[in-house]
Design a protein around this ligand. Structure first.
Ligand code: AHR
Length: 492
């Protein structure tokens, strides 16, 4: 067995891991909203006011901080006024991006904001810049947040909501370099400034405005946005990066049937997000050395070929232990960059891409990715502390063990570790610099790399308790191949 030495230093606090790093994204795409979140009050599926009960409970369990909506590409064709008022008068539209299906607008602003209330998460609304107008977005903000007499506040009241909601996160355009309008960065920035100016802060509501940032390694986009908008007018700049195992968008590879080589390619491609964040942050540092503008990784995760027999426009894919390892690596990387990464939203919440939940009829399955969010939830709002793995064996250029550690206000340390190797087991000796470990408990998610949860076997891959030995102020764990674990440590 390979041996490792892991050192944590609870005195070496780096940056706050904002809970928003553990956020999700929900788009009007396939069965994410309809079926996945919203089934309607008359459904036989257990629901609260039409929202799936099991989905609400699952989101609450992982303390979901923020949910982004209504897209994605859908956002830049969405006209929010079509989704308010009596159901019978709501306009139907074609969802041109995702399968050309009819969108009946039965899930609109009120439904989304209510869902967030039930889950206990903050809403993040992505505004239409591509095919909308400044007036339309400005009025949406007024409708949601203004507590007074105005045409939009009056309309909201007429539609049954007397008091405004709070709205913090506002995205100004999505992928404006692509599906959101195919703009140049200069043109986008000029537009951003117009939109941002007229999205007012009403009735004490503070907006956190997020500009459309780069796709993957488009460093010029970041540079232009920082130069032309910068800390003057944005609080966040988004970054989108998807992990496509083959690197070929025409043949992305199957979610469930993949070779060892494809697995390690997936891990290598997903780890590349570390380089992307480092380089985009470097550019941002030149304009914003105090790191006031957050990098908002509001779309990330694996993207495979759709499950055979499903609508290609619905992006429905299964989720295995490979996805759990991907999630663990990404979340550790976001933690490591938490001085710049203020939020991250996995794509997507239910039934789409690297979903944390899959639904079919009455049944909701928690995917291996969901369980990683559960394992990592104690990092939320804790302080990132120094952690180091000595003797970390690498597979190619990928270290087997990915790690991060944080300390909560009550002094409890959470150490998350994942082992991406498919054949190496590690025996790890954990010690605290300037301190002694008093107690340590573990929880683990492990399985054969193709292992998954199905509607017939929803508990095939789940979190198990895991023994951690403590002796002489140190802790010892065995880290199996293809595993993700969280070790909760108290110090003397
Ligand atoms: O998440 C699916 C799509 O990927 C989103 O709609 C878009 O923003 C991105 O290209």
């Amino acid at each position: 067995m390979n041996t490792l030495k892991i050192t944590i230093n609870p005195l070496d606090k780096r940056s706050k891991i904002r809970r928003e790093i553990y956020s999700n994204f929900s788009e009007h795409l396939g069965r994410c909203i309809y079926d996945g979140i919203f089934v309607g009050k008359d459904s036989d599926i257990p629901n609260i006011e039409g929202y799936r009960k099991d989905v609400i409970e699952a989101f609450r369990q992982i303390k979901l901080p923020v949910l982004r909506w209504p897209g994605g590409c859908f956002a830049d064709e969405y006209h929010w006024m079509d989704g308010i008022g009596e159901l019978s008068v709501r306009k139907k539209m074609i969802n041109t991006n995702w399968g050309g299906v009819v969108e009946d607008n039965s899930f609109g602003t009120h439904e989304f904001m209510r869902f967030c209330e039930l889950v206990g998460c903050e809403p993040y609304i992505s505004g239409n810049v591509g095919s909308g107008t400044v007036e339309e977005l400005a009025k949406w903000v007024e409708y949601i947040t203004f507590d007074g007499i105005s045409p939009m506040a009056d309309l909201r009241k007429k539609n049954g909501r007397e008091k405004p909601w709070k709205l913090k996160y506002l995205g100004i355009g999505n992928e404006s370099w692509g599906c959101g309008g195919n703009m140049t960065p200069e043109f986008y920035c000029d537009n951003y400034r117009r939109y941002a100016t007229f999205c007012r802060e009403y009735s004490g509501n503070k907006l956190f405005k997020i500009a459309c940032g780069p796709s993957a390694d488009d460093y010029n986009w970041t540079d232009v946005c920082m130069k032309n908008i910068g800390a003057w007018g944005m609080q966040g700049l988004s970054l989108h990066y998807y992990t496509v195992p083959t690197g070929n968008w025409e043949h992305k590879g199957s979610a469930t049937e993949f070779s060892e080589e494809e697995y390690y390619d997936t891990i290598s491609r997903t780890s590349y997000i570390d380089t992307l964040i480092t380089r985009h942050s470097g550019i941002m540092d030149r304009y914003d050395p105090q790191r006031k503008v957050g990098l908002i990784v509001d779309e990330w995760g694996t993207w495979y070929d759709v499950e055979p027999g499903t609508n290609p426009g619905f992006l429905y894919q299964q989720n295995t232990m490979r996805d759990a390892i991907v999630a663990a690596i990404n979340l550790n990387i976001f933690n490591a960059h938490s001085d710049r990464v203020f939020m991250a939203n996995i794509a997507q919440a239910v039934n789409v891409l690297q979903a944390i939940l899959l639904t079919e009829g009455n049944v909701t399955v928690k995917t291996p990715t969901y369980h990683v969010f559960d394992l990592y939830k104690e990092h939320q709002d804790a302080e990132l502390i120094y952690s180091h793995v000595e003797n970390n064996t690498a597979y190619g250029n990928i270290p087997c063990i990915s790690h991060s550690a944080s300390i909560a206000e009550n002094g409890t340390v959470t150490l998350t570790l994942s082992n991406c190797s498919l054949d190496k087991e590690f025996s790890a000796d954990i010690g605290a610099a300037f301190g002694e470990i008093s107690t340590a408990d573990g929880r683990i998610l492990t399985g054969e790399v193709h292992a998954l949860n199905t509607f017939d076997h929803p508990e095939n891959v789940t979190i198990k308790p895991f023994g951690v030995k403590t002796e002489n102020g140190r802790a010892a764990v065995v880290i199996p191949p293809c595993s993700v674990m969280a070790v909760t440590i108290t110090l003397k």
